[in-house]
Ligand binder design. Structure first.
Ligand SMILES: Nc1ncnc2c1ncn2[C@@H]1O[C@H](COP(=O)(O)OP(=O)(O)O)[C@@H](O)[C@H]1O
Ligand SMILES: [Mg+2]
Length: 288
């Protein structure tokens, strides 16, 4: 197997005595789109900010392109980019001026041509002269996407890139991400709360919960292991159970739960016919 593009080794981030990311180890393979999932506050953005060198881990180390991020930060960041629905580009600049500034920062040659290609890809060439602060949320996200591809990054981090897009534009953005991945073999770390996004875009996902990895695998692996039909059901179950469920145990749990449900249903039917067992509460299906 080729060397991973990114390796995080037991990274932890503590804010005072609160641990936002707890000994997280993960890697991204060349050309892979890795989804980072988890409920609000799970630690996704904190993890991404450490992987981008914006936050210094309290513990642990990060290697990108085979090099230590703290020692080779500038060199690594030149070949990396970032896109988020929750950060703002300078609002008083026009769209083309913002892209020009970032093109200069990244040393992009033929920046006008690159800018025009990207504005076309994201279907916003008509917004080139618009003041950035006057863009709608969806337009602004598409501008962020253009900015994030300016330097043809080898590694792209996307923090909820489709959060403010309508379904049609979200679909186009997913296709654009797949397109750049296919054409340029870039690796992507992707967070989203839209499980459809994730199933369509991500080759593999890592589920974070309270800063720790709960489970990881391909979307199909994870659905199978949790015996759920959709990643959305897995997400809801993880969010509500709140506990660590190892991959192997999830299937057993699901089978056990199903067997229990059958037993309860049968007992219930019997109870209907006879008398209710003493001490048993109405609708109590969980006691065993
Ligand atoms: N600078 C900070 N100081 C204190 N707590 C923080 C800081 N940044 C994030 N946190 C906390 O860390 C946890 C994880 O946050 P975050 O990484 O933004 O989660 P996610 O992106 O998964 O929603 C949250 O409980 C959040 O309040
Ligand atoms: Mg976040």
């Amino acid at each position: 197997m080729a060397a991973p593009i990114l390796v995080a080794d037991k990274i932890t981030k503590r804010f005072g005595d609160f641990t936002a990311v707890d000994s997280l180890s993960m890697s991204i393979q060349p050309g892979e789109i890795l989804g980072l999932l988890g409920v609000n506050g799970a630690g996704k953005t904190t993890a991404m900010n450490m992987l981008l060198g914006l936050l210094i881990p309290t513990e642990g180390s990060i290697q990108v392109f085979g090099k230590d991020l703290t020692k080779h930060r500038v060199e690594i960041l030149k070949q990396t980019n970032f896109c988020s629905a929750y950060t703002n580009l300078p609002s008083n600049l026009r769209v083309w001026q913002n892209l020009h500034v970032f093109a200069k920062l990244y040393g992009v040659k033929n920046w006008r041509q690159r800018m025009d290609e990207l504005l076309e890809l994201m279907e916003i060439p008509h917004l080139k002269d618009r003041v950035t602060g006057h863009l709608s949320a969806g337009e602004s996200t598409r501008l962020h996407l253009c900015k994030s591809l300016l330097n043809n990054p080898r590694l792209l981090m996307m923090d909820e890139p489709t959060a403010s897009l309508d379904p049609d534009m979200a679909d186009k953005v997913r296709k654009a991400i797949r397109h750049v991945q296919r054409e340029h073999g870039i690796s992507v770390l992707y967070t989203s709360h839209n499980m459809r996004d994730v199933e369509e875009v991500c080759d593999r996902v890592v589920f974070l919960h309270k800063g720790k990895i709960l489970t990881e695998g391909t979307p199909d692996d994870i659905k199978r292991h949790f015996a759920e039909e959709s990643l959305e059901n897995v997400f809801i179950r993880v969010a509500r159970s709140g506990d660590m469920v190892p991959m192997g145990a999830a299937v057993e749990d699901a089978e056990e739960a199903e067997a229990k449900a059958h037993a309860v249903a049968e007992t219930g039917a019997e109870a209907e016919a006879t008398t209710r067992a003493p001490g048993r509460k109405e609708g109590d299906a969980s006691s065993s």
